[in-house]
Ligand binder design. Sequence first.
Ligand SMILES: [Fe+2]
Length: 194
Amino acid sequence: MECLHLDNMTKESNIKLYPLKNFYIVTDIKKHKVIKKKLLEYFSLMPDNKHGKISKTDWKLLDSQKKYKDYFLKKIRPYYDKLSKKIGFKKWGWKIHSIWFQIYNNKTNDTHGWHNHQGCNWSNVYFIHLPNNSLKTQLFDKVKNKPIKNIKVKEGQLLTFPANMMHRSPVNNTNDKKIIISFNSDILIETDKE
Ligand SMILES: [Fe+2]
């Protein structure tokens, strides 16, 4: 049975948070400049759909309208195979649930506030255009109750982090755009059956 309860009130209780070591993954994508050029061509042909404080995104479009999807998945597949194997156990595999792009225009206060992704193990961000480090994704450390602003990622890299983690894209008041592809994934890990 599905249960969704949203409550802005934080009630003090006997629930305690204990720190747990976890990790995020950064993957270098080779031939980024070639992939970038191709993806930007695809995006330029997409409708100018705004969502929230994001100037252009295909978040609400059907998968069949996302013409870049097959191209991107083909490029990302070998890296995701390696990534899954690296964090896997005896058996590994992966699947992608949804994919979308976001363009945060310059000098527009474009931003994406704190949120997390549901129905998946991992969130992913491929940084297609990131001229300014201040626009990197920030994660939220719930134990310390403060943002993690120094994620070690740059343009041309894929950031993969646990999907339950709150994260945001800082306000873009810089002179340049930020362009990313985001997607949700499950990395499937099976333990030994013995
Ligand atoms: Fe997100």
